[in-house]
Ligand binder design. Structure first.
Ligand SMILES: [Zn+2]
Length: 202
């Protein structure tokens, strides 16, 4: 139940290592994201919901240009992986970065036009009770830690099933256009993403 609310993404890439734009888009489903990230956690779902709302604003035609985006999120494995996979932004090309701000949010910018959006989850949508357990884990050990991990996963999965999947992305994730000046990514091994250089060649 609620599966119909899970976003499906259509992305545009180039056709080879030095390729032009591909002539067709690809469909990415939540299961594809899970294979990349490793598990179907609340963060991956919430990230997908947030990104779907942001992309609808940046790409009204419904196709996400993965050659033209840069993205910032909190440094969560789950939120960051959703952003990497769906935007094509990567730290090593200077197109993905993190900021230490709590919550589920992204800033996404189209490189060609500078258009940027900020998307975030409603405060209080994710249960405080679950967040508190997550925060308490580093102080636990042994059997108590083991029990808490099981309890946490059960609570997260229940929330996903009963709350998140029964809502549409636009109900609890909100996007606004912002002016954003991209700050150079502080990573000294950055390189050039060569597979998009010739994308516009006819
Ligand atoms: Zn995760």
């Amino acid at each position: 139940m609620g599966e119909e609310n899970i976003p499906i993404f259509h992305v545009l890439d180039t056709e080879s290592s030095h390729g032009r734009y591909s002539k067709s888009s690809k469909e990415i489903k939540f299961d594809d994201l899970v294979k990349f990230h490793g598990h179907a956690c609340d963060g991956l779902y919430r990230g997908s919901y947030a990104l779907a709302v942001a992309f609808a604003e940046l790409f009204p035609n419904g196709t996400i240009d993965r050659t033209d985006l840069r993205v910032i999120s909190r440094n969560s494995p789950c939120l960051g992986d959703a952003a990497t996979y769906l935007t094509g932004g990567r730290i090593r090309f200077g197109t993905q970065d993190v900021e230490n701000r709590p919550g589920v949010w992204y800033i996404i910018q189209r490189i060609a036009t500078g258009e940027a959006v900020s998307v975030s989850e409603d405060e209080g949508f994710f249960p405080e009770e679950i967040s508190k357990i997550e925060a308490s884990l580093p102080e636990l050990s042994g059997d108590i830690l083991s029990e808490k991990l099981d309890k946490l996963k059960e609570m997260q999965d229940t929330w996903i099933r009963k709350v998140l999947l029964n809502s549409k992305p636009t109900e609890h994730y909100h996007v606004k256009r912002v002016k954003y000046t991209w700050k150079e990514v502080q990573y000294s091994n950055k390189g050039i993403r060569t597979d998009i250089i010739f994308k516009d060649v006819m």
